[in-house]
Design a protein around this ligand. Structure first.
Ligand code: ZN
Ligand code: ZN
Length: 219
């Protein structure tokens, strides 16, 4: 038996998913004051999803604690992509119309972030879906957006403030994505920790890179 092979996909218990990330976001809001407001908003949205609220309740939440730039969205919820995405996360589609390993094999959506999970003596890279949060294995030497794997095309940046987060950038397609290392922080909830990494987003954007897929706070 090979104890070093990672499972090809990771499923989390759906019932706990939104509650877990709300609790983690609240903890991170204390640790990272620079990202406190987006983390608190993300925690509020996650609790709304945990309670399985409807569009009217989501609009009321935006007007109460959302960033000012989102207030218009709350007035036209039916054709707002962000509101439909938040509601869609609660009931993601179960069929994928894709054969690319750079899209979610369960629902076909693009990856939001990378997750390094301890495996044997090292770790295995998974991509986490931006909609249903399903995770699938992906080669560490390939760009998760354009698929190129030439030497030196991928760069990995890190700062002292975020020892468990790397920012992958691709010189070929100029895209970037954060990777959460669960070997360095086993308590991390990838989608919540990614929101806390706002300064890394600003660093990447100022460097001319575009996020592969924006997170729920639009970065
Ligand atoms: Zn998916
Ligand atoms: Zn690329």
């Amino acid at each position: 038996m090979d104890y070093g092979s990672p499972p090809s996909a990771i499923f989390r218990i759906d019932m706990q998913r939104f509650l877990e990330r709300a609790e983690r976001a609240a903890q991170l809001a204390n640790r990272y004051p620079a990202a406190r407001e987006p983390l608190k908003f993300f925690a509020g949205v996650s609790l709304f999803q945990d309670s399985r609220g409807d569009a009217d309740q989501l609009c009321a939440l935006i007007l109460r604690i959302g960033p000012p730039a989102m207030r218009d969205a709350a007035r036209h919820p039916e054709d707002n992509a962000w509101i439909q995405r938040v509601l869609g996360e609660m009931d993601p589609p179960q069929s994928a119309a894709t054969h690319s390993n750079r899209a979610c094999p369960k629902c076909g959506s693009p990856p939001q972030l990378g997750v390094l999970r301890p495996c044997g003596d090292g770790s295995a890279l998974y991509l986490a879906c931006s909609l249903c949060r399903h995770e699938w294995t992906y080669p560490r030497t390939e760009c998760p957006h354009c698929g190129r794997n030439e030497e030196d095309i991928l760069q990995f940046a890190q700062t002292e403030d975020y020892p468990h987060i790397q920012t992958l950038t691709c010189e070929e397609c100029q895209r970037y994505m954060h990777i959460i290392d669960l070997g360095k922080d086993s308590q991390a909830i990838p989608e919540a920790d990614e929101i806390s990494a706002q300064p890394l987003d600003i660093w990447a954007i100022e460097g001319g890179y575009i996020k592969i897929y924006p997170n729920l706070i639009g970065l």
